[in-house]
Ligand binder design. Structure first.
Ligand SMILES: [Zn+2]
Length: 460
């Protein structure tokens, strides 16, 4: 079937053939994807070209599409072949009728439970960002407290227990009942809860962070894209640096964990990744997470995603180069849950002098795999690392001793990467393994990327 797919260009086909002959490797694998224009499910193929690893596919009506998905085969395969941890939800919510991805809710074809549920409590936002996944505007509907708590009860029934939550939007701090919603979720048994916020209202009034913390909120996923004015203006429409810093101070003072959420736009802020990591570490934040821009929602027309996509392997190369090796590609481990191509994570110790020490170099990758899959908090991770049985011969007791000396006076930090998909690079296998799910008002769960490209109501 794939032989019939028209090539997007004779030149790239020729380059591909040459590459195969030189390496002796005929690389490629089939995928199930979709047309980025009509969203029809269509076959595709991942293969190597001179431009990098690409996905090619053809819609019978809209023609051929090609999207870059990795810099090189070795880096792509390191992620693709990484081990997976699989856990299914306690209950299947939807029957499978039309087939994946058309019965999303989740149906029996889904291969992973929910690690993080995203609850978009309002569609309203107080920033008209040129780049916006949700295409949020100043006006729009929001969920009532009762709707949110009812969907959270359904989530407990599906998962068998409460899972980490992210209240999002729009801008969740605009919801008049946000504090009551957080309190209600805590009463249902939810423990780990964050808001995905632009920080503007958190910056304006220190009491908001204090009240949210008292209601049970544990963290803020604070969107921040750069330390230079121009990066802020391009991605968010204006210079927000002072407000972000004020929001950080208020959240930290209130005892909320802060993780910076960076939207990476190639050519705009992809050269500033290491400086953002250093900033977040200096600010004693919990971590930083990078999410490249995708072709969903509001997206400036000048940003091309076919061959200029910033992928996970671009991220690995950029981090190693920008940090001068302080953080290496090997320090960022593919996440074993969801699909390892979707996420990377490094646990990092920041010593008294501000020097970053990736934990895998101290304890080895093997000991961290389970924690990377589960995104364990540091207290869980440190409790489980090493061995309590002195002299048992496993060697893990030494690790605990070494750790104790390194951790003295140090701060704990993490660096993550979340490579979201859009319809141009959609891979059904990755979607089926997704564990970051949008929770709808009626209690359905959908892979967040898939929701953005196929199910999000237009104009909300
Ligand atoms: Zn089409």
């Amino acid at each position: 079937m794939n032989d019939r797919l028209p090539a997007p260009g004779a030149a790239s086909q020729t380059a591909n053939a040459r590459l195969d002959i030189r390496s002796g490797l005929r690389y490629g694998h089939d995928v199930i994807s979709m047309c980025p224009q009509c969203l029809l499910t269509i076959p595709g193929r991942v293969l190597s070209t001179a431009a990098g690893v690409v996905m090619q596919k053809t819609c019978p009506e809209h023609g051929a599409f090609e999207s870059l998905i990795a810099t090189d085969i070795a880096s792509y395969e390191r992620m693709r072949q990484a081990p997976r941890f699989v856990k299914l939800p306690a209950r299947v919510a939807m029957p499978e009728a039309k087939g994946c991805p058309d019965d999303c809710g989740l149906c029996p074809a889904h291969e992973q439970h929910t690690c993080l549920a995203i609850v978009e409590i309002t569609t309203r936002c107080n920033l008209p960002c040129p780049v916006c996944l949700a295409d949020a505007t100043a006006k729009g509907p929001e969920l009532s407290r009762e709707q949110v708590l009812s969907s959270l009860q359904t989530l407990i029934d599906t998962e068998g227990q409460p899972v980490p939550l992210q209240f999002a939007g729009g801008e969740p701090t605009l919801h008049p009942d946000l504090i009551d919603i957080v309190r209600g979720a805590r009463d249902l048994g939810y423990g780990k809860m964050e808001i995905d916020s632009n920080g503007l209202l958190l910056a304006r009034d220190p009491r908001l962070a204090i009240e949210l913390r008292a209601a049970g909120l544990t963290g803020v996923y604070l969107q921040m894209d750069g330390l230079a004015a121009a990066e802020n203006v391009f991605i968010r429409g204006r210079d927000l640096r002072a407000e972000k810093l004020q929001a950080i101070i208020h959240c930290r003072d209130a005892g909320l964990q802060v993780v910076l959420a960076v939207t990476v736009v190639p050519g705009v802020n992809d050269q500033a990744l290491w400086s953002l990591i250093q900033f977040a570490a200096e600010q004693r934040l919990t971590g930083i997470n990078f999410q490249p821009v995708v072709l969903s929602g509001r997206f400036p027309s000048e940003l091309e995603q076919g061959h200029r996509r910033f992928t996970a392997t671009h991220f690995l190369r950029a981090i190693e180069a920008q940090s001068g090796g302080a953080l290496r590609a090997a320090d960022l481990m593919p996440m074993s849950c969801p699909d390892p191509r979707c996420g990377l994570l490094a646990y990092i110790v920041v010593d008294r002098d501000g020097k970053l020490l990736p934990l895998n170099r101290l304890v080895g990758d093997e000991r961290l795999k389970k924690h990377v899959a589960e995104m364990s908090d540091w207290d869980v991770l440190l409790r489980q690392l090493g061995c309590d049985s002195a002299g048992c011969g496993c060697g893990d007791g030494d690790v605990r001793e070494q750790l104790a000396s390194v951790l003295e006076g140090a701060e704990l930090f993490s660096v993550g990467f979340h490579g979201m998909m859009d319809a141009l690079c959609f891979d059904q296998e990755r979607a089926r393994r997704c564990c970051v799910h949008k929770l709808t008002a009626d209690g359905k769960l959908m892979p967040f990327c898939l929701y953005n490209m196929k199910y999000r109501p237009q104009g909300c």
